[in-house]
Design a protein around this ligand. Structure first.
Ligand SMILES: NC(=O)c1ccc[n+]([C@@H]2O[C@H](COP(=O)([O-])OP(=O)(O)OC[C@H]3O[C@@H](n4cnc5c(N)ncnc54)[C@H](O)[C@@H]3O)[C@@H](O)[C@H]2O)c1
Length: 269
């Protein structure tokens, strides 16, 4: 038996990066997968690739900023595959130009990010949960971020919106646990998705390397495998949790890299 055999999964933002990895891995492990994305051509291509590898997938347009569109993606999943038992609320947005410090942040951008990053999780869950109850249970997985757990100089809205995702995850888990619905989140650190690779200057990647405990960067599959686990019954006693997948970047004394440098310099004197 494959790890998510018989499950029906809707993956938002599934045409690229983390969503694409999770969709591909879940299909490989037996789930029927709906890939929902703004980039519907990319979603169709991803579904075709999954089919070529012997999996089952289809694509649908999604604008995660719009309630009607989220409802339509859930309805499409149920019409196509009879139910929905896994929901990966993965779409998220960020904007380094407008999402600034608290004094200077563009307030329209604050509202946009709260809508796309947080409200889309609420709405996806709201529309999927009645179907999951009918099916006897389900697993909801949300993409948070390590930005939920630390303050930063910029991206106030992104951090606040992802922190809200972490606690909304607990609320959903608390409210629907008795209906056999689990809800967990994954909090990625820097993950070298195609978009991240393109936008990150080498110097920024070096900063991440310096503070990671591990000697490499995260990849989309590092999150994809965590989502697969949370979607599967292997994690059946885990709910309300946010799993941090971040290479040990945030777990230690923040000054450890500088202390190591200091010790090295002292030794070489
Ligand atoms: N990559 C990282 O380093 C990282 C770190 C922490 C958290 N995250 C979170 O992971 C999630 C996925 O990020 P990624 O790095 O895989 O990004 P990505 O850009 O590779 O993929 C995102 C996908 O979502 C789609 N999308 C974007 N906005 C949409 C919308 N409004 N409606 C429908 N589809 C939309 C895009 O078309 C794209 O296919 C996001 O929630 C992001 O905040 C990423």
């Amino acid at each position: 038996m494959k790890r998510v055999e018989g499950k029906v999964a809707l993956v938002t933002g599934g045409a690229s990066g983390i969503g694409l990895s999770a969709a591909t891995l879940m299909a490989k492990e037996g789930a029927k997968v709906v890939i929902a994305d703004f980039n519907v051509e990319g979603a169709k291509e991803a579904a075709e690739n999954i089919k070529k590898q012997g999996g089952e997938a289809t694509a649908v347009f999604l604008d995660a900023g719009k309630e009607d569109s989220i409802k339509a993606a859930v309805d499409f999943t149920v019409e196509n595959y009879g139910t929905i038992t896994v929901l990966f609320n993965n779409v998220g947005s960020t904007n380094l130009q407008k999402d600034l410090d608290v004094v200077n942040i563009d307030l329209e951008e604050w509202d946009r990010l709260m809508n796309i990053n947080t409200k889309s999780v609420l709405l996806g869950s709201r529309f999927a949960i009645p179907h999951m109850i009918k099916a006897g249970g389900g697993s909801i997985i949300n993409t948070a971020s390590m930005a939920a757990f630390a303050g930063d100089s910029l991206r106030s809205a992104y951090g606040a919106s992802k922190a809200a995702v972490v606690n909304l995850t607990r609320y959903i888990a608390a409210q629907y646990g008795k209906e056999n619905i689990r809800c967990n989140a994954v909090a990625p650190g820097l993950i070298l998705t195609p978009a991240a690779k393109q936008s990150m200057p080498e110097a920024v990647l070096d900063i991440f390397s310096k503070f990671n405990a591990l000697p490499y960067h995260g990849e989309a599959d590092d999150i994809g495998y965590t989502v697969l686990f949370l979607a599967s019954d292997e994690s059946k006693f885990i709910t309300g949790q946010t799993i941090q997948v971040e290479g040990g970047h945030y777990m230690g004394n923040p000054s450890i890299a500088d202390f190591n440098e200091f010790m090295e310099q002292s030794r070489s004197k």
